[in-house]
Design a protein around this ligand. Structure first.
Ligand code: PLP
Length: 435
């Protein structure tokens, strides 16, 4: 329904949500909020940690992504993958939008239930579960869960025989950013024996699930997986099951979404009749662009070396790194890009005492490091920024909403619970969240 997007505050043209990202309105709003917050920090007198890194989360961006989903994948109901960013406000918005939740553990089940959703809006989508968690899911009425091996079926038989089961099948995830199929998924060879065993154990198989890998690059992977799932539906029918749901997993990315969505929509429409419910487990797609991180420059080292180059460069050290919110560099293969938020030098407030000279417009070369004592803690090995960055200045990084804060550690004693300031560039989201 093309009218879906007409009530968005930002007009990005029907089916062309990509232009939103470059739209000045939300970016200005986010930058204003980042600057408002850093202006409150007295760099020469603040309490320990008051200058810690923090996020600004634009809930309007999540709202827009949801509308874009509905426009392009109207038949597919999202079960947001909590693991990607379990921020309580994100979960609250997902619940308000009518989405379900994909949970991987007891804690995630609790977080999802805390939003007030019915347990039927949760799928415990981890094919190799902890037994006590299976019993917990039973106790909480979270019936939907995935499996991909015989041992899991025996566990479920013992701990939650009334569960509603999805057979997770293997996919070709060779082009994805984070591959999952070396760890999970039943091959087509084993699908039939598993269905036979489930029948023999009198378990209830209700659907098939797959995941083409997080950050998938080849939309054909969805087509092949949907075809394989269709075959498993037929096998299940021969065994005596009438499957009612296909779960197409996650893997959707912001910049390829429309292409993937059109291939997937056609595949499910061609292969699965309208009475089959289609669900998905998107994570990154919803939240990656919604979070912007600001971090403080806590130290700087001049690496001017006339023997190597007449140009000079700096090593700068931030109060956040790969053991913190930049864990996405290690675990999610991301390359966050620094931008200058505030520069005392740029405003003429301080002149650095350094041998590095900068000519206007030429840019200055930096490497950017995290705060721990580990050499692996590097955010950018080389980046050219337009101005001189000094100790006390702030940098910001866009697209920091997926697989960042959730995989941060407290290594070297640095915090893993950085503040989040919530704003909304869409009235639709503000209304749902009451702000
Ligand atoms: N579902 C499952 C079972 C996953 O393992 C993941 C990510 O690892 C997701 C969904 C979310 O994937 P994405 O963030 O790529 O959409």
């Amino acid at each position: 329904d093309p009218t879906l997007l007409t009530h968005l505050d930002i007009d990005h043209g029907v089916n062309d949500a990509l232009t939103v990202r470059g739209h000045p309105y939300p970016k200005d709003l986010i930058l204003d909020e980042l600057k408002r917050r850093v202006a409150q920090v007295d760099m020469s007198g603040c309490e320990p940690g008051e200058e810690d890194a923090f996020y600004v989360a634009d809930m309007g961006e999540i709202y827009r992504q949801h509308m874009r989903w509905k426009l392009n994948l109207s038949r597919v109901k999202p079960f947001y993958a909590v693991k990607c960013n379990p921020d309580p406000e994100v979960l609250r918005l997902m619940a308000e939008l009518g989405n379900g939740f994909d949970c991987a553990s007891k804690t995630e089940i609790d977080l999802a239930l805390k939003t007030g959703v019915d347990p039927s809006r949760i799928i415990y989508a981890q094919p190799c579960k902890t037994r006590s968690y299976i019993r917990y899911a039973a106790q909480k009425g979270v019936k939907q869960m995935t499996f991909d091996n015989a041992d899991e079926l025996y566990k479920i038989k013992a701990d939650f025989p009334g569960a509603e089961l999805y057979l997770r099948i293997l996919t070709d995830d060779s082009t994805s950013l984070c591959r999952l199929s070396m760890k999970f998924g039943a091959s087509l060879d084993t699908a039939r024996p598993l269905l036979d065993l489930a029948k023999q154990l009198e378990l209830k198989v209700v659907g098939v699930s797959f995941h083409v890998g997080s950050g998938a690059e080849d939309p054909a992977a969805f087509l092949k997986a949907a075809q394989d799932a269709r075959w498993v539906f037929e096998q299940a029918s021969e065994v005596g099951y009438e499957l009612h749901t296909l779960d197409v997993g996650g893997g959707f990315c912001d910049d390829t979404f429309e292409k993937f969505a059109s291939i997937l929509s056609k595949a499910v429409d061609d292969l699965f009749p309208a009475n089959i419910r289609i669900i998905a487990e998107p994570g990154r797609y919803y939240v990656a662009g919604a979070f912007t991180l600001a971090a403080n420059v806590i130290a700087r080292r001049d690496v001017y070396d006339p023997q190597v180059s007449s140009q000079s460069s700096y090593m700068i050290y931030l109060n956040d790194g790969v053991y913190g919110n930049f864990s996405n560099i290690i675990f999610d293969h991301q390359h966050p890009v620094a931008q200058i938020l505030t520069s005392a030098n740029g405003t003429g407030a301080s002149t650095p005492n350094s041998s590095v000279s900068s000519s206007p417009g030429a840019g200055i070369e930096y490497s950017i490091w995290g705060p721990t004592c580990d050499g692996i803690d590097v955010i950018s090995e080389r980046i050219v920024l337009p101005g001189l960055v000094d100790v006390g200045d702030w940098l910001y990084f866009e697209n920091m909403g997926a697989y960042t804060r959730c995989s941060a550690t407290r290594f070297n004693g640095f915090p893993d619970n950085h503040d989040v300031i919530y704003i909304s560039s869409e009235n639709g989201a503000s209304a749902l969240l009451d702000y």
